[in-house]
Design a protein around this ligand. Sequence first.
Ligand SMILES: Cc1cc2nc3c(=O)[nH]c(=O)nc-3n(C[C@H](O)[C@H](O)[C@H](O)COP(=O)(O)OP(=O)(O)OC[C@H]3O[C@@H](n4cnc5c(N)ncnc54)[C@H](O)[C@@H]3O)c2cc1C
Length: 443
Amino acid sequence: MGFDALHHELAAIADLSLLISPADLDRYSRDAYDYSPVLREQLSQCRADLVASAASVQAVQAVAAACHRHGVPLTLRGAGTGNYGQSVPLKGGVVLLMDALREVRSIDPVSGVVTVECGCLMRDLDRALAVHGRQLRLFPSTWRSATIGGFIGGGSGGIGSVRWGFLRDPGHLLGLEVVTMEASPRLLQLEAAEAEALNHAYGTNGIITALTLSSAARVAWQEVVVDCADWTTAVELAQRCGRAAVELNLCTVLQSSIVEHLPSWSGSPRGQHRLLLLVAPDGVSTIERLAHSVQAEMHVLGQEDDHQGNGLRELSWNHTTLHLRNHDPNWTYLQMLLPQPELGCMQALQKRWGDDLVWHLEAVRQQGAFRLAALPLVYWRGAQALQDLIDDCLAQGAFVFNPHVITVEGGGLGVIDGDQVAAKHRHDPDGLLNPGKLGGFPA
Ligand SMILES: Cc1cc2nc3c(=O)[nH]c(=O)nc-3n(C[C@H](O)[C@H](O)[C@H](O)COP(=O)(O)OP(=O)(O)OC[C@H]3O[C@@H](n4cnc5c(N)ncnc54)[C@H](O)[C@@H]3O)c2cc1C
């Protein structure tokens, strides 16, 4: 590959800065894949040859043209908080930082529909929406540091999923502005139906420069913590809360051994299992009634906005794993949708795996129905033990979304999405965007 010639061409592009120090090449060739010991081993040697940061859509087009001319792979990066090596350049080449494209282009005051550039941090986008009495429907627990383009490119759901389901559900993503990877890169405006194929495609089938998204009316979410003496009560209470006529934005259920190792933002541990809830103000008294009916102890911590970076949302989703790993880095995790009834499956797995498996549940809306997803903490005992556990979960009827694999399909249901592959052929026919990540389009 002609890196010297490419370097020379990139250096001449307006609104583009190059980062070429060995420290920068290392830093921007990693993401948060170290949560997986499997990926750590596979990805630690991958390294970009050049890193560039684009501050305009024209610069993105010029980089795509130059990489295409030289046949060099191009991997996109938002904030690099993905957990599956999504922004790791498997084949080297150029890593393009998208976080300088961060303008909120428009917010419709009536519908709340927002058009925003890909590198806008979700924290900043949410602040812009707040001015119009709106908020993001869904966001990851990394909302303060992660970009909206990276969330669509590599995320799936998070806070808000108990109300709004997952990112790929129709209705969240309404359109995309996309640069293609061709000799003369095109700037496309995709409507919702066409945009779906780029949703959760790890930046393999188009360079997203702007997104159009729906939003929700802003709610003054109240932080509520409920402690339960036994696990069955905690799970059943979460189910009752989720099915009650109460608006929730988060419903996390944690076994007591997790609570012990969390920062104290949800209150000190009381040796009990804990529910972390974000509840609309008019629902707090109902949650209190449900909690008292099972002799659980409830604490209202107040309005979420007052707690900023140390609220319940940063104890939930994969932040739970983060806090446990801070305590002992041998903890890793799995992701699955539990079969119903959930308690039987959890008890069977816990009986076999003992203290190496600790339950962390997140209530979600899956295809319109209330369900419990699980992000159990798993103590690392080697790759074979992890595979045995995954096999056990599958045998129990769980859908496992394996966080220890690098392909789009491997982290999903293992099925190739024909629309994603067709979009790859249309927008990146030579397979230069993030090669190796879309299983249906062999590198
Ligand atoms: C502690 C922790 C908690 C997390 N919690 C959640 C959670 O609750 N829910 C969740 O879904 N995820 C979660 N994640 C994963 C991750 O933080 C989110 O998915 C986040 O939204 C990714 O955004 P990013 O800017 O860091 O993207 P990156 O990691 O930089 O990129 C993600 C993917 O998108 C692609 N991409 C980036 N920008 C573009 C673009 N402009 N065009 C096309 N493709 C692009 C990249 O190539 C990559 O494949 C968590 C991670 C950690 C470490």
